[in-house]
Write a protein that binds this ligand. Sequence first.
Ligand code: ADP
Ligand code: MG
Length: 253
Amino acid sequence: MLKTLKIKNLHAAIGSTKILNGVSLDISQGEVHIIMGQNGSGKSTLLSVLMGNPKYTVTAGSVILDKKGILELSPTQRAQNGLFLGFQHPQVVAGVALGNFLRLAKNTIATAQKSKTPAIGPAPFAAILRTEMEKLKIDPAFMSRSINEGFSGGEKKKSEVLQMAVLEPSFAFLDEIDSGLDIDALKIVAKQLGAVQKKQGMGLIIVSHNPRILDFIKPDKIHIMSKGKIVAQGGKEIVKKIEKDGFDSFIKK
Ligand code: ADP
Ligand code: MG
C-alpha cells in the first residue's frame, strides 16, 4: 500500500521567534512536490521540523505518516520510519568514511524495519555503491573519503542524492539540491533523482528558489511558501507567474 505523509497546520518557532505559521501539505508515495519561495520564507525550517531537528519547537499542528503521528519521534526513529533529508548545507563529518557510514546506516535501518534482507557486508556493499556512484558520476575514491570533507558544493549535493539512492526512504526531502551545481551536474543529478524516485516509488519534496529546476524535474504539485505559510499551490502555470511577477506577487500584504 502507498504511504501518505500529511502535514496539518504546522507551527514552529526557534525560541520566541515564530517561523512556521500554519503549513499544510499532503503527499503520497510516488509523487513529486516542489516547494518554492523567497529566501527566509521558512522552506529549510519546514524540512528540518519534518526530520525532527531539536533546534525548533513545534507549537501547533501535526505530521502524520500513515496514520501515525511522528512529531514525538527522534530524528533516528524518523529515518527508521522511512524519512530522509538532503541538507541545503551538508556538514563535514571528519574521520567517518562515506562508504562505511552508508553501509552502517543502510543496515541499521534494515534492522529497525525488521527487513528480511541480511546485513550487507563491506565487499557486496562497495559493489552496490560503485554502481550508484557511477550513475551520478562520482569518483569511486569518494567512498573512502570523510563525509563532505573537501567536497566541492556540487560534490556535496551529489553525495546527498547518493545517500538517498542507497538508503531507499519512503519520503525524501531535498533542500536546494540544485544550488551550487553547474548545468552538467544539474542534468546528471536531476536525471538520477527522477530515476531513483520512479524505481523506488518514493514521495519527494524538493525545495528550490530557482524555477530552472522545472526544466529537469516534472512535479505533480508546486507550492509557494511565504512568511512561514504555503500561499499558493498549483502546476506549471504558477512558475510562469513567478517568472513574470516574482515571488512578491504571491505575498498577501
Ligand atoms: P528558507 O529556507 O526559505 O530560505 P529558512 O527556513 O532558512 O528559510 O529561514 C526562515 C526564517 O527563520 C528566516 O527569517 C531566518 O532568518 C529565520 N531563522 C532561521 N534560523 C534562525 C535562528 N537560529 N534564530 C532566529 N531566526 C532564525
Ligand atoms: Mg533554505
